[in-house]
Design a protein around this ligand. Structure first.
Ligand SMILES: Cc1ncc(COP(=O)(O)O)c(C=O)c1O
Length: 458
């Protein structure tokens, strides 16, 4: 770190409170200041180059230097830099994007609604669902079920849906009416001798028990990511989504697929819902929709959701919800160009082919003494590290080994992220096989470097 009083690092420490950071520790260790991007690489202020193995925050599909997105933004900025969709106003980028998204959806969807972030989109989904229940005269139907270790964002509603302790502790969350059911993590949660299918049936049974205990007439919706991302890249067991969906349809409960990470190719299909046979009533989209060059998110809602909302807005006089920046024309124009690029360059096919290579390369590390589980689909993966393979036990405090290896990985030129002891990989969809090899080689070197330290400290 550059310790001079006016270095970027020193000024960051002086003026900037970071998200998802230990604010006290940051005052000592300082930031990693990223200065520029080039394809799958980013470079810091000292000129060090890194493979961005998380695509930023699971989001930069087309890489960090896509000129066509810059040009799309510039064109739209010159023509109409801002407009909104309140009071029946609209604009071409939004109309084009709404049409495009509804037509892309893997199940029949009726309308697109625009917001600025994944959290806002999930918050909006929850409000739409409550509004709908009231419209249908089912005022008791307000409870929402999500999952432990699920991640849906950080607004008061979205953080409540999130099933991670760090998003609740000292925030007085979750709010009432949000319930959390079991995590579909076979390796960690299955009972001895239980098959994946049996495990999935048990989890569907847990969900049904919860619904019955609360009263099915009080449950409005279930929120889930096709693959859990921030909870540690948890790939559900065989049959899981089918069994969950049959419980939900038995009690007429809406299904919201949070596709914020999985959407637009990540799993090797356009949507995670296709990979896992999910038939959602609402899809929540963000991140790779614009490669995060500008913030934009969207909800796709089906007729079951739209029709009662339309009726209720007619009764009240308006659908009293909307964000000043929701469906911003420049962000919408960038999203449209980004979706064009994903299609033209067949980045979904690339995620499937190069993703298979990434998964195979990582699975070759399964016999390493520090590797507990390798999991993932397409271009999203995680390697969960353990000190004791048989007992699946961590090295001291949970997360310590993950942090150690993640730090070594950064020294070896790869930016990743450890979620506890799981090291995640979610590179830009443009990554090549050769670049995957460089990435996995660096990871292997980091594991090798960590081993003596782990052994020394027991
Ligand atoms: C599945 C999922 N949903 C929602 C969100 C929240 O999105 P945002 O950070 O844009 O609010 C995230 C962010 O990582 C996410 O991974």
């Amino acid at each position: 770190m550059d310790a001079r009083p006016n270095s970027p690092e020193a000024r960051d420490i002086r003026y900037h409170l970071h998200g998802y950071t230990n604010a006290r520790k940051h005052q000592e260790s300082g930031p990693l200041v990223i200065e520029k991007g080039d394809g799958i690489y980013v470079e810091d202020v000292a000129g060090n180059r890194y493979i961005e193995a998380m695509a930023g925050l699971w989001s930069v599909a087309v890489g960090f230097s896509e000129k066509r997105l810059v040009d799309a933004a510039t064109r739209q900025m010159s023509k109409l830099p801002y407009y909104h969709d309140f009071g029946s106003k609209s604009h071409s980028p939004l109309i084009d994007l709404a049409e495009r998204l509804v037509q892309m959806a893997p199940v029949p969807m009726n309308k697109a609604y625009f917001t600025n972030s994944g959290s806002e989109a999930n918050d909006t989904a929850m409000k739409m669902i409550w509004y709908r229940s009231n419209a249908l005269g089912q005022s008791a139907r307000k409870k929402i079920i999500s999952r432990k270790r699920g991640y849906h964002g950080v607004t008061i509603a979205a953080a409540s849906l999130t099933g991670l302790p760090n998003n609740h502790l000292s925030f007085d969350l979750p709010i009432a009416n949000v319930l959390h059911t079991s995590t579909p993590h076979y390796w960690r949660e299955a009972e001895p001798g239980e098959s994946e299918e049996q495990f999935a049936s048990r989890l569907a049974g847990d969900l049904e028990k919860l619904i019955l205990a609360e009263g099915p007439e009080t449950i409005a919706a279930f929120f889930g990511e096709p693959i859990m991302g921030a909870g540690g890249v948890i790939v559900p067991p065989v049959g899981y989504w089918e069994k969950i969906q049959s419980v939900l349809s038995k009690y007429d409960i809406l299904l919201v697929a949070d596709e914020v990470i999985c959407g637009f190719g990540r799993t090797g299909e356009m949507f995670g819902s296709q990979t896992f046979g999910i038939r959602p009533d609402i899809m929540v989209l963000s991140k790779q929709i614009s490669s995060s060059y500008l913030p934009i998110s969207a909800l796709l809602i089906n007729e079951r959701v739209f029709e009662p909302i339309a009726e209720e807005s007619d009764r009240i006089g308006t659908f009293g919800h909307g964000f000043t920046g929701g469906g911003h024309p420049v962000a919408a124009a960038v999203a449209l160009e980004n979706l064009k690029l994903i299609e033209e360059r067949d980045l979904v096919g690339n995620a499937r082919a190069v993703g298979a290579h990434l998964q195979a390369r990582l699975r070759r590390l399964a016999s390493h003494p520090l590797v507990g589980e390798v999991r993932g689909v397409g271009l999203i993966a995680a390697v969960e590290l353990v000190a004791d393979k048989a007992g699946k036990a961590p090295w001291g405090k949970p997360g310590a080994l993950g942090a150690l290896v993640n730090g070594l990985l950064q020294q070896n030129g790869v930016i990743s992220r450890n979620m506890g002891d799981a090291i995640a990989f979610c590179p830009p969809l443009i990554i090549t096989e050769a670049q995957v090899n460089t990435l996995v080689d660096a990871f292997e070197r980091s594991l090798t470097a960590a081993l003596p330290q782990v052994r020394a400290q027991g």
